[in-house]
Design a protein around this ligand. Structure first.
Ligand SMILES: Cc1cc2nc3c(=O)[nH]c(=O)nc-3n(C[C@H](O)[C@H](O)[C@H](O)COP(=O)(O)O)c2cc1C
Length: 181
C-alpha cells in the first residue's frame, strides 16, 4: 500500500474548484503531527489556510513557483521555532513530506512551495512577506507551504527505468549498486 503511494506520487499544481471536507484536512494535519522529529522536540508549527483571499496573497510570496496556490482550496504553512531545535529545517521538511504523501494516499494532489531562502522581491524575503500576512512572530521561521486539493491534472508515475540508480553505490562510493542483479 505504502509503496504504491510512493510510486504514484507526483507534484500536482492544478486543483478542482471545490473545498476539501474537514475530514480530509484533518488527516493531512494528523499526518504532519505524526512526523518524526529530532529528539522528539517537535519544533514545527502549522497554519491551515483555506481563505481564498489569503491563499491569493500567499501565492504572490515569490515571483515563480507559488502562483498555483491562488487556485488551491488549501495551503498548509509549515514553520518552526529554531530555538527549539538546531535541526528544525530537517524536521519541517519531513513534516511537509508527510503532508504531501498523506495527500497522495487520500487521492488528493499536492505540491511543496519553498519559502525559506526565497525572495519575494529584490528587497524582501518570501519568508518576511508570508510572516506579515499570517502574523507569524519572531523567532518563528517559515520553511514551506504545501498546497493541496482534488487533482485537476493527472501525471504518470516516474517509470522505474528513469530512476537515477547510478547515484546509488554498494559498499564503497562509486561502486555500482545493481538492484536486480
Ligand atoms: C524542497 C522542495 C522545494 C520545492 N519547491 C517548489 C516550489 O517552490 N514550487 C513548485 O511548484 N514546486 C516545488 N517543489 C516540487 C518539485 O518541483 C518537484 O518535486 C520536482 O519537480 C519533481 O516532480 P515530482 O514531485 O512530480 O516528482 C519543491 C520540492 C521540494 C522537495
Amino acid at each position: 500500500m505504502f509503496m504504491s503511494v510512493i510510486q504514484k506520487r507526483r507534484s500536482i499544481r492544478r486543483y478542482q474548484k471545490r473545498a476539501l471536507p474537514p475530514d480530509q484536512v484533518n488527516q493531512l494535519v494528523e499526518a504532519a503531527l505524526r512526523a518524526p522529529s529530532s529528539m522528539g522536540t517537535n519544533p514545527w508549527e502549522f497554519i491551515v489556510v483555506t481563505d481564498p483571499k489569503v491563499l491569493g496573497q500567499l501565492s504572490r510570496a515569490k515571483p515563480h513557483g507559488a502562483t498555483f496556490l491562488k487556485d488551491a482550496p488549501l495551503g498548509i504553512v509549515v514553520c518552526a521555532n529554531p530555538e527549539k531545535s538546531q535541526v528544525w529545517i530537517e524536521d519541517c521538511a519531513i513534516a511537509a513530506i508527510f503532508i504531501h504523501l498523506a495527500a497522495q494516499a487520500q487521492g488528493l494532489g499536492s505540491c511543496w512551495i519553498q519559502i525559506r531562502e526565497r525572495m519575494h522581491d529584490e528587497t524582501r524575503s518570501a519568508e518576511a512577506y508570508v510572516a506579515e500576512i499570517l502574523g507569524i512572530p519572531d523567532p518563528v521561521k517559515v520553511e514551506a507551504i504545501v498546497a493541496a486539493g482534488y487533482p485537476e491534472e493527472e501525471k504518470p508515475p516516474h517509470p522505474r527505468e528513469t530512476l537515477p540508480y547510478e547515484k546509488v553505490y554498494e559498499g564503497t562510493y562509486g561502486a555500482p549498486f545493481r538492484p536486480w542483479a
